[in-house]
Design a protein around this ligand. Sequence first.
Ligand code: PEP
Ligand code: MN
Length: 336
Amino acid sequence: MIIEIADRTVEPLVTRIVESAHDVRTLLFSERIFITVSGDERCIDKDRLKATPGVLRVVDTGRSPYFLASRECKDEDTHIQVGESVFGGNRLVIIAGPCAVENLEDTLETAEALKRVGISLLRAGAYKPRTTPYNFQGLGRAGLEILGEVRRKVGIGIVSEVMSPEDVETTAGYVDVLQVGTFNMTNSALLKRLGRTDRPVLLKRGASSTIAELLKAAEFIVYNGNPSVILCERGIKTHETATRNTLDLSAVPVLKRLSHLPVVVDPSHATGQSALVPVMSKCALVAGADGLLIESHVRPETMIRPGDGDQALLPAQVGSLIKELRALGRVVGRRV
Ligand code: PEP
Ligand code: MN
C-alpha cells in the first residue's frame, strides 16, 4: 500500500494507522510525500485512512505493483542527467563500448575512438555474468581501476555492471551509471542496495521476464530511494534461434506508455550479430527509445569471448550509424 500525503504534519497520524504492518517508511519522490507500507495490511483500517484529512490518495499496490515507476504516479517523463547527457529528453543518448574490460590498452583505444565519433558514454564490464564458469568472468576490481583511468584520460562517463550488493559502493566510486544485467534483474538484494546509491541505474530486462516484471524490478530501486532508473530492452528468449535473442521493440512504446522512466535499447545483445545492429538501432529510434547501448571494440576479432566479437561494431561503424540516426532523427522529430 502507498499513501500520498499533503504534508508532513499528517505523517504521525497516518503512520499510527498503518504501524501494525511490517515495514512503514516515508519516501520523498517527485517532490511529493508518500508513506509506503509493506507486509501485513489486514489490520489496517483503510476507510479511516481514506477519510483522514491530508491523505491525498491510498494506492492499492496489489493492483498497481509498480506504482512509483508508473505514469499513474507521475505523468511527466523522468529526465536523468549523466554528465552532459540527459536520458528521457528529446536527444537520443548513445552508449557504446566493449562487452568486458579486457586490458587498459584496448579499453582506452576503443573509448578514444568512440568519443571521437560522438558517443555519450562508454559501457564496459569489470564484472561479467556468464552462463558457464569457463568463460572470462571479468577483471573485477582491476577492471574498475582501468575504467577509472579511462574515464580520467578520455573524459568520458562510464556505465558498468554490478552483480552483487557488496560491490555497489566500490563500483559507484569508479563509474557514472551502474548497470544491472539481464541475469540479475530479479536479484532483489542487489536492487534494494541500488536504491541506496546516488548513481543512476541502467536496468536490463531479464531475458525471460515480462514488461511488468521489469517495471516491478525498477520499483524496488525507486521504493528504496533511488529515482534514477533507466530501463533497457535487450532482447528476450523465444523459440527463434536465427538471432541471439528476439528484440522486443514493441516493449519500447509499451514501457513509455506505462512508465515515466527513460528506455534504452541494446540491439547488440538482442541480435548477437553486428550486421543487424544498425537497422535495429534505427528501428529503436523510431519506436521512441531514449538511448542505445551498442557493443563496440577496436578489434572485435580479438575479444576474449568470440560471441562478443560477432556482435561488436568498429568505432567507425558506430560513427556511420550515428550519422544515419541523425538524418532519421530529423524525420521523426528527434535529436541525436
Ligand atoms: C552487457 O550489456 O554487458 C551484458 C552482459 O548484457 P546482458 O546482461 O543484457 O546480457
Ligand atoms: Mn556482452
